[in-house]
Ligand binder design. Structure first.
Ligand code: HEM
Length: 440
């Protein structure tokens, strides 16, 4: 095992060891199964290693909680987003594309949308969407719950974030899921230098985007004409009324890019987490019985601990990235040069036996007496780029599961746990979270 060292002007670059395989082979391994490839490297090289991938080049993967904390604490001029492609897909005004002061100003503007009072206002929307969707479920028959979870979380974001109803709601429901699916694939490849026309993937993507922009313009016009705008709770209404430090409002382009960013970041992630929740619960009948009893008695303590454990054992985003912006960045014993990407592996950290005792076990009780340590439990990332929708997502998961367990009995299952399948944005249960329920 050799450590990679070379001279940089400011310090000796010192990267952790990694597989001596050609870049193309490492790329193929990552394509075949990124999760398993990372687990194998973790066993072989320890908590930090260097991989070399086509398009991305050398990347340092870390999973020690102290190293990840160091990365998340690094100021943006030392380490910042490396999601330039994602930003190109969501638009130049998307939070994913913004860096430094512009990113900070945008976060400051949008954070109030997700504070306690606003979140409480979204609870009723979520419960109604869950009740309506569950009413379509077959009685005592096995079906895949994933599509239902996708519908619930899409409808919730369109109502609570976009403030959409009527025609705009219906059309956004149709065009956004395929548009975002296409966009998340395009985010992985460079933008072509030439125009391949309207039937090329980029051409189709721009078609979606044009229609999307026209709908958002209509939503903005309607909101601005709404005499009750100041009383509205949706994020679009808040964006229209908010002002930067210099008193200027958000532009329509900024609002459009930010709405689609929240949808892309928040729709499938929350739905896949909900799908994992039902996949896990039916395989733990004793927990199910305790949960129902606890909720019936008016306590959400066990439910909250269960949600923490679902997010620990099934993190639907299993890695997050930063790019080194300073000449070098020190992470533990490693000195990483400018331009290198550092991957914080959420999946490896959450599965680390040195961090969580009996880490492979699904055991919500571990979070009953103590809340997760923010350095060890990072399903929403960390630092200045920590998921802005974390509280919203956790609340949505809580309301949907509470409604489900209140109105339905989940049949226990002794089938093998479902595998992990990447859907582009998030990692989902491979068979769509097969489920069987009866009305209580
Ligand atoms: C279970 C559901 C969710 C999970 C697991 C999740 C996870 C994440 C993760 C890991 C990041 C990257 C953080 C980092 O790099 O440190 C992130 C960023 C982000 N998330 Fe979420 N997320 C979820 C739901 C949501 C929701 C509901 C919204 C909005 C309504 C949202 C909006 C965002 C945005 C805008 C960012 C970019 C933040 C920035 O760059 O400043 N997410 N999320």
């Amino acid at each position: 095992m050799t450590t990679i060292e070379r001279e940089a002007p400011e310090a000796v670059v010192k990267l952790p060891p990694g597989p001596p395989l050609p870049r193309a082979v490492q790329g193929l391994l990552a394509l075949a199964d990124r999760r398993i490839a990372l687990q194998i490297m973790r066993r072989r090289y320890g908590s930090a290693f260097t991989i070399d991938l086509p398009i991305f080049g050398q990347m340092v993967v870390i999973s020690d909680p102290n190293h990840i904390r160091q990365l998340f604490k690094a100021a943006p001029h030392m380490a910042d987003t490396s999601d330039a492609n994602l930003g190109r897909v969501m638009g130049p005004n998307s939070m994913f594309a913004l860096t430094g002061d512009r990113h900070r100003a945008r976060r400051k503007l949008l954070t109030p949308s997700f504070n306690g009072r606003r979140l409480a206002a979204y609870e009723a929307i979520i419960e109604r969407e869950a009740v309506d969707e569950f009413a379509t479920w077959p009685h005592d028959q096995t079906f895949a719950a994933m599509p239902s979870m996708m519908r619930i979380t899409l409808n919730v974001i369109l109502r609570a974030v976009f403030g959409a109803e009527g025609q705009e709601f219906d059309r956004l429901r149709e065009i956004l899921p395929p548009g975002i699916r296409l966009g998340s694939k395009l985010a992985l490849i460079p933008v072509p230098q030439w125009d391949w026309g309207r039937w090329s993937p980029w051409g189709r993507f721009y078609q979606y985007r044009r229609e999307y922009d026209a709908i958002v313009d209509r939503l903005i016009d309607k909101a601005q004409a709404d005499p009750r705008l100041a009383e509205r709770d949706d994020v679009l209404a808040l964006m229209l009324q908010s002002r930067y430090g210099d008193g200027s409002p958000m532009t329509h382009a900024e609002i459009g890019d930010e709405l689609i960013t929240m949808l892309a970041a928040g729709h499938e992630t929350t739905a896949t987490t909900l799908a994992w929740a039902v996949e896990r619960l039916q395989r733990h009948p004793q927990l199910l019985t305790r949960l129902v009893a606890d909720l019936d008695a008016g306590s959400e303590e066990l439910l909250n601990a269960t949600i923490f454990e679902i997010l620990r054992t099934r993190p639907v985003i299993d890695t997050t990235f930063r790019q080194v912006q300073s000449p070098t960045l020190q992470i533990g014993p490693w000195t990483v040069p400018e331009g290198h990407t550092i991957v914080a592996s959420i999946g490896l950290l959450h599965a680390d036996e040195a961090v969580f005792r009996d880490a492979r076990r699904f055991d919500p009780d571990r979070f009953l007496s103590r809340r997760p340590d923010p350095a060890e439990w990072i399903p929403y990332g960390g630092g200045v780029r920590r998921c802005i929708g974390a509280a919203f997502a956790t609340m949505e998961i809580r309301i949907v599961l509470r409604t489900l367990l209140r109105d339905y009995t989940i049949s226990p299952s002794n089938a093998r746990g479902e595998g992990w399948q990447s859907r582009g944005v998030a990692i989902a249960p491979s068979r769509g979270a097969r489920l069987r329920v009866r009305r209580r």
